[in-house]
Unconditional design. Structure first.
Length: 214
């Protein structure tokens, strides 16, 4: 059994991850500002402000893996990096594990190419959020965050607008987007959660940008 805290555990990605981790018998804590629409049995729900270090410390103290599922929306717009700096500051050693749910815009179509978020065809309305998430990745990769991190980007089509179905399978890639001959890459919320919890259990990657798609 692994002890896991999901920061942002009632959002789309976070709620799926919480449910998947709990279904496997892990000791799960969800930390978020709001209560869940439907609580998962056996999960400890803590509510508070992510900028409240005392509240966050209670949520992450002594756990094996912290999973960050925050989005730069609402009160977090323009402050997502600040939020993650605060979470990492509470880590007790460089071996503490942090998995950050990143964004598709942080991926690149080919080695050496600009990120998708930097391309002209990337939706303008999504660019600010994608740029913030890329900033979190850059900060982690810089080495300033002394923590055993993984940044996991989902496929192009991922979110509550397209929840999809649980297939139980997924592909793992790196910072270069996986390819599909069938069109835009997709991953359901349930399958993304499977991939994240698999990573939490295995620790297969360390200080890497990875990606998941069906």
């Amino acid at each position: 059994m692994t002890t896991i805290t999901v920061i942002g555990g009632t959002g789309y990605a976070g709620a799926n991850i919480v449910a998947e981790a709990a279904s496997r018998g892990h000791e799960v804590t969800s930390f978020s500002r709001n209560a869940p629409k439907e609580a998962v049995e056996g999960v400890r729900y803590l509510h508070g402000d992510v900028f409240d270090s005392v509240a966050v410390a209670e949520a992450v103290e002594g756990v094996d893996v912290v999973i960050g599922a925050l989005s730069p929306r609402g009160e977090l717009e323009g402050r997502i990096l600040e939020a993650y700096r605060g979470v990492v500051a509470l880590a007790k050693s460089p071996e503490d594990r942090l998995i950050v749910v990143g964004g598709f815009g942080s991926l690149r179509p080919a080695p050496g190419a600009p990120r998708f978020a930097e391309l002209d065809e990337f939706p303008a309305e999504a660019r600010p959020e994608a740029s913030e998430m890329a900033g979190v990745l850059d900060w982690l990769a810089s080495g300033e965050a002394d923590v055993n991190w993984v940044n996991a980007s989902p496929a192009t089509i991922f979110g509550g607008f397209a929840p999809g179905e649980r297939t139980g399978s997924y592909r793992t890639g790196g910072g270069i987007a996986l390819e599909s001959e069938a069109g835009p890459l997709v991953i359901s919320g349930a399958d993304f959660a499977i991939a994240i919890v698999d990573e939490a259990e295995s620790g297969a990657h360390s200080r890497e940008h990875i990606s998941f798609a069906n």
